[in-house]
Design a protein around this ligand. Structure first.
Ligand SMILES: [Mn+2]
Length: 324
């Protein structure tokens, strides 16, 4: 039995509605994966709705919704959402800091982040070695011999592009295989359309402000944002890592309820996920991939007598020294 059949068999017994939920502020990989899974489950006779929290922030994510006609709902928009409903988490796992815990029961998770441990799912497919969740979903199409429509293939290909930074970050065999498989079924004109809608004019102003804070110490780059835009933090880190000589980036943004962190590393000896955990040891939590990770420091744990910038720099530098 394929993984998809296994999941479908479980969901057939759902007492009421079935939802698919990506992480909050869904990015292209999260959107493509949920969209692809929705199509697959539809083929298996299981109707679903995609439910998400917060906001779709980035211009390219918004463009995806329009180009591929992806329908998303906020929990508040679904009157029938309740305890009796089941949710499949995609591109995220239960208890992660970037996913809202809805009233529904989280019965399944399909993800490519580090395992959060046993969460009592009825089904899980968690593959931390894979670069994009879109690759896992693309594989379901192949395994089950289900024809992939043009718009789904294009969305998944774009998801792979974005999460692997154009096939240069955390790429696994599966990502390459699925990229190859999807490529011929993709409408490249749409990919170009997405590429030309990556950021908004307003983002550019925020970027300019963020980049003026960049400080470089040897191979470490730091960036601080005073704006809570989640996707901007990661995207800005991706640009700082391209600075010549910079191999590791620590970016953080100040929000009302705490400090949000994003880390990047292209140095094999320095793991982005361990780095963010080291920085937040005892004060917050973090996780992710070896090349790309994130974390959060809740406001109540912030020692206001200590300077945040100094703390971050101090801890990041000592982590680097201990790993090299
Ligand atoms: Mn992803």
């Amino acid at each position: 039995m394929t993984k998809l059949d296994e999941l479908a068999n479980i969901l057939k017994n759902a007492p009421d509605e079935v939802f698919i939920q990506p992480h909050n502020v869904p990015d292209p990989d999260a959107l493509a994966s949920t969209f692809g899974l929705q199509f697959l489950l539809g083929k298996k006779g299981i109707p679903t709705k995609i439910v998400y929290e917060s906001e779709v922030e980035k211009a390219n994510s918004l463009k995806m919704l329009e180009l591929f006609r992806i329908e998303l709902y906020l929990p508040g928009e679904i009157e029938t959402l309740g305890k009796e409903d089941w949710t499949v988490l995609v591109d995220v796992q239960k208890d992660n800091s970037n996913v809202s815990d809805l009233v529904t029961e989280e019965v399944a998770a399909i993800d490519h982040h580090e395992s959060m441990g046993d969460k009592g799912y009825r089904f899980e497919d968690i593959r931390p070695e894979v670069g994009a969740c879109s690759s896992i979903i693309a594989r379901y199409f192949v395994e089950n011999d289900i024809d992939i429509p043009n718009n789904v293939a294009t969305a998944l290909l774009y998801g792979i592009f974005m999460d692997t930074d154009n096939l240069t970050r955390g790429v696994s065999e599966l990502d390459i295989e699925m990229f190859y498989h999807l490529y011929n079924k993709t409408d490249i004109a749409l990919i170009n359309d997405l590429k030309s809608n990556q950021i908004s004019k307003l983002d550019l102003v925020d970027y300019a402000k963020a980049f003026s804070t960049v400080e470089v110490y040897d191979q470490l780059g730091f960036l601080c944002l005073d704006n809570g835009n989640d996707s901007l933090l990661g995207a800005a880190s991706d640009i700082v890592i391209t600075i010549a000589g910079v191999n590791v980036v620590v970016a953080y943004s100040i929000r009302d309820n705490g400090i949000k962190f994003s880390t990047r590393s292209i140095n094999k000896k320095i793991k982005a996920n361990l780095l963010v955990r080291y920085i937040l040891d005892g004060v917050g939590f973090g996780g992710g991939h070896e090349s790309m990770a994130g974390g959060f420091l809740p406001l109540e744990n912030l020692d206001l007598d200590k300077n945040l910038d100094t703390l971050v720099r101090h801890r990041a530098i000592s982590y680097l020294e201990s790993s090299l």
